[in-house]
Design a protein around this ligand. Structure first.
Ligand SMILES: CC(C)(COP(=O)(O)OP(=O)(O)OC[C@H]1O[C@@H](n2cnc3c(N)ncnc32)[C@H](O)[C@@H]1OP(=O)(O)O)[C@@H](O)C(=O)NCCC(=O)NCCS
Length: 168
């Protein structure tokens, strides 16, 4: 299993992955293909966002690829926090394709993403999940997450917040 950067060579795989999510809200949103007419437009837009624009802080996007060259999951690493990320989004967002869940891939992918965070010279990262997202909380705890105070948004949603130290 390996992380690869988003690239034109993965277009058909990415499109199939996107389709598999159906009506479920796709996470991370940086991999959502709905807003652009073509894959090239998506890639151009992503390139701009990755450098940081408007509400987007600089960020990196990776596919988790299995030995059959199939995308099984996706991860978005935010290089720094803004107020929204500090309370709700955190440094790292991830999702696994529905047919590949509960096989340990999110846990593995987060471990690989933490190595990318080390390359970015981050000392510790914040990772969040909704209170009822038991799977995501376990993924974070499996990777050494230490729970901080939760955030309560204006609609009453409770967001659990965890820190993970990046090992030297
Ligand atoms: C949450 C999500 C990323 C988990 O991915 P995954 O690959 O299934 O996770 P893992 O297989 O690594 O599972 C980690 C642990 O959580 C448990 N788990 C996973 N999904 C679960 C669920 N829906 N309910 C209860 N436990 C769950 C696993 O059994 C495993 O437990 P263990 O560590 O005791 O063995 C995946 O369900 C997903 O993509 N959901 C939609 C997007 C999302 O919620 N992203 C996270 C946003 S914070």
């Amino acid at each position: 299993m390996r992380l690869v950067k988003v690239d034109k060579e993965w277009q058909s795989e990415h499109e199939a992955y996107f389709k598999e999510w159906g009506s479920e809200r796709m996470v991370p949103s940086s991999f959502n293909l709905v807003a652009q007419d073509t894959y090239d437009e998506y890639l151009s837009e992503l390139e701009i966002r990755q450098h940081g624009i408007e509400n987007w802080v600089p960020n990196s996007n990776y596919f988790l690829i299995n030995d059959e060259n199939r995308i099984v999951a996706m991860v978005n690493i935010r290089h720094r926090l803004n107020d929204y990320l500090h309370n709700i989004g955190g440094h790292i967002g991830y999702g696994v394709r529905p047919s590949e869940r509960r096989k340990g891939y999110a846990t593995l992918m987060l471990a690989k993403a933490l190595k990318k965070c080390k390359e970015l010279e981050l000392k510790r990262v914040l990772i969040t999940c909704d209170e009822d997202n038991i799977g995501s909380a376990k993924v974070i705890l499996n990777n050494g997450g230490i729970e901080d105070e939760p955030f309560h948004d204006k609609d009453g949603r409770v967001i659990r917040r965890f820190w993970i130290e990046i090992k030297e």
